[in-house]
Design a protein around this ligand. Structure first.
Ligand code: ZN
Length: 196
Protein backbone atom coordinates (compact mmCIF):
# COMPACT_ATOMS: atom_id res chain seq x y z
CA UNK A 1 0.00 0.00 0.00
CA UNK A 2 2.28 2.83 1.18
CA UNK A 3 5.73 2.79 -0.44
CA UNK A 4 7.31 3.66 2.88
CA UNK A 5 6.15 4.40 6.43
CA UNK A 6 8.34 6.63 8.57
CA UNK A 7 7.51 7.33 12.23
CA UNK A 8 9.02 10.45 13.77
CA UNK A 9 9.26 8.68 17.13
CA UNK A 10 7.80 5.90 19.20
CA UNK A 11 4.86 7.01 21.35
CA UNK A 12 4.71 4.76 24.40
CA UNK A 13 1.39 4.22 26.07
CA UNK A 14 0.97 6.37 29.24
CA UNK A 15 4.17 8.34 28.51
CA UNK A 16 4.66 11.97 27.54
CA UNK A 17 4.58 11.84 23.75
CA UNK A 18 1.52 9.57 23.54
CA UNK A 19 -0.16 11.93 25.99
CA UNK A 20 0.60 14.97 23.80
CA UNK A 21 -0.69 13.18 20.70
CA UNK A 22 -3.97 12.71 22.55
CA UNK A 23 -4.14 16.21 24.04
CA UNK A 24 -3.60 18.11 20.80
CA UNK A 25 -6.96 16.70 19.71
CA UNK A 26 -8.84 16.46 22.98
CA UNK A 27 -7.62 19.26 25.28
CA UNK A 28 -9.63 22.50 25.39
CA UNK A 29 -8.70 26.11 24.67
CA UNK A 30 -5.15 27.42 25.12
CA UNK A 31 -3.85 24.01 26.19
CA UNK A 32 -4.94 22.51 22.89
CA UNK A 33 -3.20 25.34 21.00
CA UNK A 34 -0.04 24.75 23.03
CA UNK A 35 0.11 21.05 22.07
CA UNK A 36 -0.71 21.79 18.42
CA UNK A 37 2.12 24.27 18.18
CA UNK A 38 4.53 21.80 19.75
CA UNK A 39 3.58 18.98 17.38
CA UNK A 40 3.57 21.31 14.37
CA UNK A 41 7.15 22.28 15.27
CA UNK A 42 8.08 18.58 15.58
CA UNK A 43 6.64 17.79 12.15
CA UNK A 44 8.25 20.84 10.56
CA UNK A 45 11.72 20.10 11.90
CA UNK A 46 11.46 16.41 11.04
CA UNK A 47 10.47 17.11 7.41
CA UNK A 48 13.12 19.80 7.05
CA UNK A 49 15.71 17.21 8.07
CA UNK A 50 14.43 14.00 6.49
CA UNK A 51 11.89 14.66 3.71
CA UNK A 52 14.65 14.38 1.11
CA UNK A 53 15.63 10.96 2.51
CA UNK A 54 12.02 9.82 2.29
CA UNK A 55 11.78 10.90 -1.36
CA UNK A 56 15.07 9.12 -2.13
CA UNK A 57 13.74 6.01 -0.40
CA UNK A 58 10.73 6.06 -2.74
CA UNK A 59 12.95 6.87 -5.75
CA UNK A 60 10.97 10.04 -6.53
CA UNK A 61 12.28 13.61 -6.96
CA UNK A 62 10.00 14.96 -4.21
CA UNK A 63 6.40 15.15 -3.07
CA UNK A 64 4.30 17.70 -4.91
CA UNK A 65 1.24 17.04 -2.77
CA UNK A 66 0.88 16.66 0.98
CA UNK A 67 -2.33 15.42 2.55
CA UNK A 68 -3.59 13.96 5.84
CA UNK A 69 -5.50 10.88 6.92
CA UNK A 70 -8.97 12.21 7.68
CA UNK A 71 -10.66 11.76 11.02
CA UNK A 72 -13.31 9.07 11.19
CA UNK A 73 -14.74 10.51 14.41
CA UNK A 74 -16.75 13.11 12.51
CA UNK A 75 -14.62 16.11 13.53
CA UNK A 76 -15.05 18.70 10.80
CA UNK A 77 -11.87 20.68 11.52
CA UNK A 78 -9.35 18.02 12.35
CA UNK A 79 -6.37 19.51 14.21
CA UNK A 80 -3.91 17.50 12.10
CA UNK A 81 -5.29 19.14 8.97
CA UNK A 82 -4.94 22.57 10.59
CA UNK A 83 -1.30 21.82 11.37
CA UNK A 84 -0.37 20.50 7.91
CA UNK A 85 -2.45 22.94 5.85
CA UNK A 86 -1.70 26.06 7.88
CA UNK A 87 0.79 25.92 10.75
CA UNK A 88 3.68 24.01 9.15
CA UNK A 89 5.50 26.11 6.56
CA UNK A 90 7.13 23.03 5.02
CA UNK A 91 3.74 21.57 3.99
CA UNK A 92 1.30 24.52 3.84
CA UNK A 93 1.70 25.34 0.14
CA UNK A 94 1.50 21.73 -0.99
CA UNK A 95 -1.52 20.70 1.08
CA UNK A 96 -4.55 19.30 -0.72
CA UNK A 97 -7.70 18.02 0.97
CA UNK A 98 -7.89 14.76 -1.00
CA UNK A 99 -9.37 12.12 1.27
CA UNK A 100 -12.77 11.70 2.88
CA UNK A 101 -14.26 8.77 4.77
CA UNK A 102 -16.35 6.61 2.46
CA UNK A 103 -19.97 5.93 3.35
CA UNK A 104 -20.15 2.57 5.09
CA UNK A 105 -16.49 2.66 6.12
CA UNK A 106 -17.42 1.77 9.69
CA UNK A 107 -18.60 -1.66 8.49
CA UNK A 108 -15.05 -2.51 7.41
CA UNK A 109 -13.98 -3.11 11.02
CA UNK A 110 -10.23 -3.11 11.59
CA UNK A 111 -9.01 -4.27 8.20
CA UNK A 112 -7.05 -2.02 5.85
CA UNK A 113 -9.07 -1.40 2.70
CA UNK A 114 -8.99 1.12 -0.16
CA UNK A 115 -12.78 1.42 0.26
CA UNK A 116 -12.41 3.06 3.68
CA UNK A 117 -11.75 6.45 2.03
CA UNK A 118 -12.52 8.19 -1.23
CA UNK A 119 -9.86 10.33 -2.89
CA UNK A 120 -9.97 13.07 -5.50
CA UNK A 121 -8.43 11.96 -8.80
CA UNK A 122 -4.64 12.10 -9.16
CA UNK A 123 -2.44 11.84 -12.24
CA UNK A 124 0.74 10.04 -11.29
CA UNK A 125 1.44 12.42 -8.40
CA UNK A 126 3.84 11.56 -5.59
CA UNK A 127 2.04 12.14 -2.31
CA UNK A 128 3.28 12.63 1.24
CA UNK A 129 0.56 11.39 3.58
CA UNK A 130 0.72 12.57 7.21
CA UNK A 131 -0.99 10.92 10.17
CA UNK A 132 -0.73 11.54 13.89
CA UNK A 133 -0.69 8.10 15.51
CA UNK A 134 0.07 4.72 13.97
CA UNK A 135 -1.38 1.87 16.02
CA UNK A 136 -2.37 -0.99 13.71
CA UNK A 137 -1.72 1.10 10.62
CA UNK A 138 -5.06 0.26 9.11
CA UNK A 139 -6.22 3.87 8.68
CA UNK A 140 -3.00 5.13 7.09
CA UNK A 141 -2.64 2.05 4.87
CA UNK A 142 -6.28 2.33 3.77
CA UNK A 143 -5.69 6.00 2.92
CA UNK A 144 -2.51 5.12 0.99
CA UNK A 145 -4.40 2.46 -0.94
CA UNK A 146 -7.19 4.92 -1.77
CA UNK A 147 -4.62 7.46 -3.05
CA UNK A 148 -3.03 4.78 -5.25
CA UNK A 149 -6.42 3.67 -6.56
CA UNK A 150 -7.12 7.34 -7.40
CA UNK A 151 -3.94 7.57 -9.48
CA UNK A 152 -1.05 8.42 -7.14
CA UNK A 153 2.31 7.09 -8.34
CA UNK A 154 3.91 6.79 -4.93
CA UNK A 155 2.68 7.42 -1.40
CA UNK A 156 4.99 7.91 1.58
CA UNK A 157 3.51 7.98 5.07
CA UNK A 158 4.95 10.05 7.90
CA UNK A 159 3.41 9.45 11.32
CA UNK A 160 4.14 11.62 14.34
CA UNK A 161 4.02 8.69 16.76
CA UNK A 162 4.24 4.93 16.48
CA UNK A 163 2.02 3.93 19.39
CA UNK A 164 3.34 1.01 21.44
CA UNK A 165 2.06 -0.65 24.57
CA UNK A 166 4.99 -2.15 26.48
CA UNK A 167 2.61 -4.50 28.31
CA UNK A 168 1.68 -6.25 25.09
CA UNK A 169 3.43 -9.46 23.94
CA UNK A 170 7.18 -9.06 23.46
CA UNK A 171 6.91 -5.27 22.97
CA UNK A 172 8.78 -4.63 26.25
CA UNK A 173 12.05 -5.95 24.72
CA UNK A 174 11.61 -3.75 21.69
CA UNK A 175 10.95 -0.70 23.87
CA UNK A 176 14.02 -1.42 26.00
CA UNK A 177 16.21 -1.54 22.88
CA UNK A 178 14.67 1.68 21.61
CA UNK A 179 15.38 3.45 24.92
CA UNK A 180 19.07 2.55 24.60
CA UNK A 181 19.22 4.12 21.14
CA UNK A 182 17.59 7.39 22.32
CA UNK A 183 15.91 9.95 20.07
CA UNK A 184 17.94 12.52 18.16
CA UNK A 185 16.74 14.75 15.33
CA UNK A 186 19.60 13.62 13.10
CA UNK A 187 19.00 9.88 13.45
CA UNK A 188 17.65 8.78 10.11
CA UNK A 189 15.27 5.88 9.64
CA UNK A 190 16.23 5.63 5.97
CA UNK A 191 19.93 6.33 5.81
CA UNK A 192 22.64 4.69 7.84
CA UNK A 193 24.14 7.89 9.07
CA UNK A 194 23.17 10.82 11.22
CA UNK A 195 22.57 14.12 9.53
CA UNK A 196 20.80 17.41 10.02
ZN1 ZN B 1 17.22 11.43 6.93
Amino acid sequence: MADTVVPVSLALKREQYANELWRYKNAEGPQQQYFRMGLAAVLWRFLATHEGCIADGCAVPGFGIVTTVPSTSGRTEHPLRIMVSDMVGATRNRYRDLLHPAPGAAALGRTASPSRYTSLALWGDDVLLVDDTWTTGNHAQSAAAALKAAGARSVAVVVLGRHLNADYGDTADHVEQARLRRFTWGTCALRNWNHG
